[in-house]
Design a protein around this ligand. Structure first.
Ligand code: G3P
Ligand code: CA
Length: 295
């Protein structure tokens, strides 16, 4: 059902953005490259600043930028006609008006719609009337916006088992949009997935790209993951200081300390807790809250 969530008003949220100073000097403290960080954890805006703008839209990227955050996370899937789009769920129902626009196309899966059809959907109204008109971006559109904002991207290949060969497609679009040049690869891009085979495939096809595995493999298995990934990115709900320390004792696929970026931490107490564990990054819908707590 196309429903609007209970949330603060868009006007109030825009007010938050307007009161923040923009520009590089106001950006979250922290390094540009995952391997360069010292001190407090990197703060990564999950699906953009998704507590305050509709997730995975260009508006959420822009808001994260206005709030001063360099790093954004997104989710990538593939349409029926092979276009890569930025969306979390494998169904379009929760975050678009697809049921109204295309009745009779249940279960409204991303992979059953063309890119042209998806481009007509409203991906903002569900979040609040002020966001009506936001679209599901293609990966190409998304990359161009992140670049324009001088931001950096933690790109998640979502449900790779649904999209055989999507790793090659992702790398092709990244290359076409200039994201596999030295500057992006060294400082601005991490590709992650819950699918170990997907992360392996990215590493095999482009060994220079920094990768992350989403999950918490047993400590005994971490060395085998470190062969193809640079980050182990677990849910904060199961994370412990000992687990972070075990990862940090290893070197990742590029010979640097294996990193830990945890998700999705949206409150100050939780942020302080995982920062105390020594995590390298915190992925959050509320980057302002986390920055205030750990920065
Ligand atoms: O980046 C980590 C996080 O996004 C993984 O969970 O379901 O929000 O994609 P999910
Ligand atoms: Ca994600």
């Amino acid at each position: 059902m196309y429903a609007r969530p209970v949330t603060a008003t868009a006007a109030a949220l825009l007010g938050i953005g307007a009161t923040l100073v923009s520009g590089p000097a106001a950006r979250a403290a922290g390094p540009t490259a995952p391997s360069e960080r010292h001190g407090e954890p990197l703060v990564i805006a999950h699906r953009g600043a998704s507590a305050y703008a509709p997730e995975n839209t260009l508006a959420a990227v822009d808001l994260a930028d206005r709030m001063g955050f360099d790093w954004v996370e997104n989710d990538v899937q593939r349409t029926e006609d092979g276009e890569l789009v930025v969306l979390h769920d494998d169904s379009l129902t929760r975050t678009t008006d697809v049921e109204q626009r295309f009745p009779g196309r249940a279960p409204w899966r991303v992979r059953d719609f063309t890119a042209a059809e998806i481009a007509t959907l409203d991906a903002g109204g569900w979040f609040g009337a002020a966001w009506t008109g936001a679209r599901v971006p293609t990966l190409k559109q998304y990359l161009n916006r992140v670049d324009r904002n001088h931001q950096k991207l933690l790109l998640e290949i979502k449900r790779p088992e649904l999209y055989p060969g999507i790793e090659r497609d992702v790398l092709r679009v990244l290359r076409q949009e200039g994201w596999l040049d030295r500057s992006h690869v060294r400082r601005k891009l991490v590709v992650q997935s819950f699918g170990a085979d997907s992360v392996r495939a990215v590493h095999r096809q482009r060994p220079d790209v920094v990768t992350g595995f989403l999950g918490a493999p047993p400590v005994a298995d971490l060395p085998s993951y470190a062969a193809f990934t640079d980050q182990i990115n677990p849910s904060h709900t199961t994370l412990t200081a000992d687990y972070v320390a075990a990862a940090h004792r290893l070197k990742g696929a590029h010979g640097k300390r294996l990193q830990v970026h945890t998700w999705t931490v949206n409150d100050a107490v939780g942020a302080a807790r995982v920062a105390g564990f020594g995590v390298d990054g915190i992925i959050t819908d509320r980057p302002d809250v986390v920055r205030d707590a750990v920065g």
